[in-house]
Structure formats: C-alpha cells, structure tokens
Design a protein around this ligand. Structure first.
Ligand SMILES: Cc1cc2nc3c(=O)[nH]c(=O)nc-3n(C[C@H](O)[C@H](O)[C@H](O)COP(=O)(O)OP(=O)(O)OC[C@H]3O[C@@H](n4cnc5c(N)ncnc54)[C@H](O)[C@@H]3O)c2cc1C
Length: 285
C-alpha cells in the first residue's frame, strides 16, 4: 500500500559533521536525491525510519581535478557529471552512463553516491566505475576509510557500507591515454529505461595485441560485475575470430545473468556476448 510521506520524519542538517553525528545514533537513514527512496515510499516499501537529508550538503557535491584523477563528491548529480567538460573528455564511459540515467529530472536530482549505494545490478554508473578502477572514500563519525570500488558490492543490493557510514567521494583515475573505450546500454527504449544489459570497456592495443583491458557489466550477476575471466582471455591476444570466440566463451562462463521483469537470463547472456563481439570488432577499424 502507498505510504504517506507525512508519516516520515525528515531532518536536514546544514553540514556533514551534524549529518554524521545524527547517523551515529543509529536512528536515521540517509536520503540524497530521493529518486530511489521516493519510489520505495510510493510502493509502501520504505522502512519507517526517520530520514536525514544529504541533499544540500556542499561538502558532498563537488568535482575536483588533479593531474592523476577526478575526485567526485557522492552528492554530485548526474547532470553535474554529464555537463562537466573534463569528465566528458577523460571519462566518457561515466558521462555516457550519466546521460542515459533516467530522465533529465532524474539526472538533476539523482546522485552518483545514491546510485552506488542503492546497488542495483542494473544501475548505469557501476560498469563504468569498475572499468575505470575507481576507489571510494567512506566517512562516518568515527573517521574515514578508502576501498577499491571492486570491493564495495557484496551481493544483491548488499554493500560494504557499515552502519552510520556514508560514501563521501569517488576517485576515478584519468590516466587513459591511448585507451579506446566502448559502452552500450540495451534497454526497452533508448531513453528512460533501466538497462536489460550494459557493458563498459577500456582497452589498450599495442603492437596489434591487447595489452590491457577492463570490462564492467550490468545485470550479468546479482551485483555489478567486473568481467575478469573475459579480460584474462583477451590480454596479450590479437583480435582474431578465434580470440573473439574464446572471449565470448569466457564471458558466458563467468556470467550468471539475472532473470527479472525486465528481461530473461538467456536474453541477457546472448546480448552480452553480442556487445562484447561488437566492441572487439570495432578495434580492427
Ligand atoms: C523514473 C526513474 C528512472 C530511473 N532510471 C535509472 C536509470 O536509467 N539508470 C540507473 O542507474 N538508475 C535509474 N534510476 C534510479 C535512481 O535515479 C538512481 O539510482 C540514483 O542515482 C539514486 O540517487 P539518489 O541520490 O536519488 O538516491 P536516494 O534515493 O536518495 O538514495 C538511494 C539509496 O542510497 C543511500 N544513499 C544515498 N546517498 C548516500 C551516500 N552518500 N552514502 C550512503 N548512502 C547513501 C540512501 O540511503 C538510499 O538507501 C531511476 C529512478 C527513477 C525514479
């Protein structure tokens, strides 16, 4: 049954320390853009816990550029990301993901941190962040810690966040000179559709051989997935029909696609192989 928003307490401290102190009491859940939380509320699935808003915290909404990396505050919206010239130039996998996340209204409110913590296997930014080998900075009243993003997702909608902890920022290396990138989302429509399957990949080809490759995928497991076996099958190889077939076989063996209302596991497995092949075929042009 649809819940009544008036039955939920919402507080909005104006600084991060107050938010962290509030979360440390154990009595509150964070809300950022609210684009996931309001859907859960409407569906009557939102636990009856008071909410503490992150939405107006300037400390969480920033994009810093260093020579080696971009540091993106967890409260940065998809609109901030897709309109950032540096990110466009250096991290096209991420800006593409931001540009096809929901509608413009969604992108104006939805945050990168909320996308990661919501931890849907079908979410758009995780494949890009897996390919870019992002790291996360987590913060709580007790202090901060960092972890590779690959260690963040533990299972279906399960993350390594501890109670009282927030994602503070996402650091994405920008040292991809010479790499080619590929990303494609397959959904019911080109816009306003959660993906059935998505792939994001980076590859470095030297002397006609793949010297480095990183592939992230959505909906191939119960959580966002780095396709390590597929990468291993391709590293050191020339892009031949045999290498493409071996890579498809490696992807098929490591994928356990989800089966849900948006698509079947069999469709996802077949299309993931096709996307991988499309990506590899493009390398010969
Ligand atoms: C119509 C519609 C279309 C959508 N389309 C897409 C799509 O195409 N692709 C896609 O990937 N997603 C899509 N979404 C999902 C959603 O917009 C994204 O997941 C968005 O990034 C969520 O961010 P938010 O700030 O709104 O999160 P919120 O709803 O505020 O929070 C989501 C979860 O994250 C937690 N949280 C938020 N920020 C933090 C933080 N910094 N630290 C710790 N916990 C935090 C909250 O407690 C909550 O559990 C869609 C949603 C809607 C309603």
């Amino acid at each position: 049954m649809r819940a009544n928003a008036a039955h939920y307490e919402l507080i909005a401290p104006t600084n991060l320390d107050d938010v962290l102190a509030t979360l440390a009491t154990g009595g509150y859940a964070p809300i950022a853009g609210g684009t996931e939380i309001m859907v859960a509320l409407s569906a009557g699935r939102l636990p009856k816990k008071p909410l503490v808003s992150l939405q107006h915290l300037k400390e969480l909404r920033f994009i810093e550029t260093t020579p080696e990396a971009y540091v993106i505050g967890a409260g940065t919206t998809f609109s901030d990301i897709r309109h950032h010239a540096g990110l466009h130039a250096d991290l096209p996998l991420l800006t593409s993901a931001a540009s096809w996340t929901g509608s413009i209204a969604n992108q104006n409110r939805g945050t990168l941190g909320g996308n990661l913590v919501n931890a849907s296997p079908a979410a758009d930014s995780p494949p890009a962040l897996l390919a870019y080998e992002a790291t996360l900075k987590l913060v709580s009243a007790a202090g901060t810690r960092t972890m590779p993003y690959t260690a963040f997702h533990l299972g279906y909608k399960k993350t390594a966040l501890q109670p009282g902890e927030l994602v503070y920022s996402i650091t994405v290396p920008r040292l991809w000179t010479g790499y080619r990138s590929y990303t494609r989302k397959v959904g019911t429509r080109n816009a306003q559709a959660i993906s059935k399957i998505a792939l994001a990949a980076l590859v470095l080809v030297e002397n006609e051989k793949i010297s480095d490759i990183r592939i992230g995928a959505a909906s191939l497991r119960e959580m966002p997935m780095r396709c390590s076996a597929t990468e291993k099958a391709l590293r050191g190889q020339s892009v031949t029909p045999q290498a493409i077939q071996a890579a498809r076989a490696a992807l098929a063996s490591e994928a356990r696609p989800i089966d849900d209302i948006r698509s079947t596991a069999a469709y996802r497995a077949a299309v993931a192989g096709n996307l991988l092949e499309e990506f590899l075929q493009q390398l010969s042009h």
